[in-house]
Design a protein around this ligand. Structure first.
Ligand SMILES: *Cc1c(COP(=O)(O)O)cnc(C)c1O
Length: 221
């Protein structure tokens, strides 16, 4: 496995997917999801020009972030948030993609660190999934906008996995529409975090500005 090859291939695919949708690849950030991957692999990806890294597990990521000595990395928290861990998340990360309830907004805000945040939407509306329901989205957005330290930057979603190989594109269309609605209401919230190794090209087709790619960069976990 060659990380630089993997990254070059993904960058090409991002470029073509953007072109196909009449978009510029410059509006799309590649976030390297490095959960369960070593700091050496993170350094290798950084050496290939990547500066945005996503982590899910707080304990693991704090150890990695504090031991890594690289300039200009933006760390994105993309895992489930426990409110009692909020101050640690705010201390180590500059972005949080997984805000989905008032309690978390309040506990992150209370940490007193400036944070860029995305609201996670439960676009497939499965009970088991995290994310806020569509109908509760705007009230939560309002609370984030009014917070002291949190900067509302947009939305995030993890659409449901394909069933019999078939992806439900409606969920992507829905996220694109919700993202447009939010932007119209509050223009700084212009980011949409949508797409993993499996579906980042589809995410880009539907307005994604942040693709979260793990295994296609670093190999299987
Ligand atoms: C692990 C993870 C990813 C990356 O998934 P890959 O299949 O490795 O690309 C993206 N988003 C979230 C929320 C994740 O937990």
């Amino acid at each position: 496995m060659d990380i630089s090859d993997n990254i070059a291939k993904i960058n090409d695919k991002i470029e073509s997917a953007a072109t196909r949708s009449g978009r510029s690849s410059e509006e799309i950030k590649l976030i390297a999801v490095s959960k369960k991957k070593s700091t050496d692999l993170i350094a290798a990806a950084h050496h290939c020009g990547l500066t945005n890294f996503g982590e899910n597990y707080l304990q693991e990521s704090v150890e990695k972030i504090s031991s890594i000595n690289l300039n200009g990395i933006d760390w994105h928290f993309i895992g489930n948030i426990q409110s009692k861990k909020s101050s640690q998340i705010a201390q180590y990360f500059s972005w949080v993609h997984t805000i989905d309830r008032v309690k978390i907004v309040n506990s992150l805000d209370a940490a007193g660190q400036n944070l860029k945040v995305l609201i996670q939407v439960n676009v497939s509306d499965e009970k088991s999934k995290s994310g806020i329901s569509e109908s509760d989205l705007m009230p939560l957005a309002e609370i984030v906008i009014e917070s002291k330290c949190l900067e509302l930057k947009g939305l995030m979603a993890l659409p449901s996995p394909p069933i019999d190989g078939k992806i439900n594109e409606k969920e992507y269309e829905k996220m694109n529409m919700l993202s447009d609605q939010l932007k119209n209401y509050y223009s700084p919230a212009n980011e949409l975090s949508l797409g993993t190794s499996q579906d980042f090209e589809l995410g880009i087709k539907h307005g994604s500005t942040m693709v979260r790619v793990g295994e296609s960069i670093f190999g299987k976990r």
